[in-house]
Write a protein that binds this ligand. Sequence first.
Ligand SMILES: Nc1ncnc2c1ncn2[C@@H]1O[C@H](COP(=O)(O)OP(=O)(O)OP(=O)(O)O)[C@@H](O)[C@H]1O
Length: 464
Amino acid sequence: MEAPEQSLCPEKSLAVEDQGLAVRTLDDSQAAKPEINATIELPNKLKVEKSAVEKEREAFRQAVVKTLEHRLFFHKSFDIYKGVAGLYDFGPLGRDVELNVLSLWRKYFVNEEDMLEVACTALTPEVVFNASGHVKKFTDLMVKDLVDGNFHRADHLVKDYCENRKKDPTISAENAAELDHVISLVEDLSAEELGAKIKEYGITAPVTKNPLSHPPLPFNLMFQTSVGPTGSSIGYLRPETAQGIFNNFKKYYNENGQKLPFAVAQVGRVFRNEISPRQGLLRTREFTLAEVEHFVDPENKSHPKFPHVAKLEFLMFPREEQEKTGQSAKKLRLGEAVAKGIVNSETLGYFIGRVYLFLTRLGIDKERLRFRQHLANEMAHYAADCWDAEIECSYGWIECVGIADRSDYDLRAHSDKSGVALVAQEKLVEPKEVEKLVIKPVRKELGPAFKGNQENVAEALEVD
Ligand SMILES: Nc1ncnc2c1ncn2[C@@H]1O[C@H](COP(=O)(O)OP(=O)(O)OP(=O)(O)O)[C@@H](O)[C@H]1O
């Protein structure tokens, strides 16, 4: 997910804003023409300087990419056939970098926390993603170029439009704050709301400037395939590694001596049929994901090692701040964020702290790293609280790690679908007596009353 962008050259942006404001003020006060002309020259000069900085940055990025491709760090896959958008190969040096990063990741997570590391298959039967909700909900909204037929991600078009508008030095501070607000909410907008924004702003297809289809439609990002020769058994390439871990929960729980908490880690290839991949390696259709699922007692989300990270202080951008206009990430002490309930538990806070330590150890600049909380509707269908580690690079603020409290969503969903109880048991210090209402339908009465529906009614009544 992408997030509100802050300018990479803030001083220059501010100067442009200030001068734009000065011109408008002079204009309003009926100032003499030479005075206005002199003041106009300044923002124009700054505008030229600003775009020169941007051009320089773009040229630098292109030069870096060219060198990395030339030295075979990475390059387009199958490029003798002109390649496919969003598919890249790592050459020997790129693979070395990947292995070094993964080895540090193992040290910081798997070894440090004594996790179980596993490797599940990428090819997954449909029933798994029906149960997890991915078949229905793992979608992005897209619009179509009505002339050339190419598809574009609707939220990206609105975000790009707002960011480009913000570059206009004559824009008022109020309008800029409004655009920032739209950028921070863009992933939160429904199909109708995104469609309305596209119309309101008069957005057309990038490059061709052709009109776009309306309203945006959902597109499922999973690659579908069939398993076996008959073609009747549908499968998907996994878009995340976590579902394999949830399906094997009982085995791993037993392996851990039936004790909570425990964590399972997995590194593997995942596949997402991105609508319009762009930004090089940042948005590809096949990539390596390193994931951890930490299983915890839902009634006790404290973490014994939280004091080790509680004093860390770094840039955080809570949901409430994003909902106000004109706000940005501020330095916050992790202990304070958990104590105030901004981060929903010590366990989630602990992993935010570990990710901060890992990324800064990798060499990420602390001033260009922030943790942004998802807005209520932006969160994936399974999440109760979610924070993205975002790094500011030449493409703006880019999500690099997602840290979510998925609650018991997945284990419950797979228990219901498979009939296998994916649960943990805890021996209570004091035995508890619990009163429970259980409905036992009288089946012979249901038949005459509900006829063909009797099974559904019985099933609904039996749920406790
Ligand atoms: N297409 C992609 N190419 C490369 N990396 C990706 C891609 N999609 C997601 N990621 C990375 O995988 C991590 C976990 O994915 P997650 O499901 O949280 O992403 P997401 O929030 O669905 O992304 P978005 O909303 O931007 O599509 C992200 O933090 C990001 O770093």
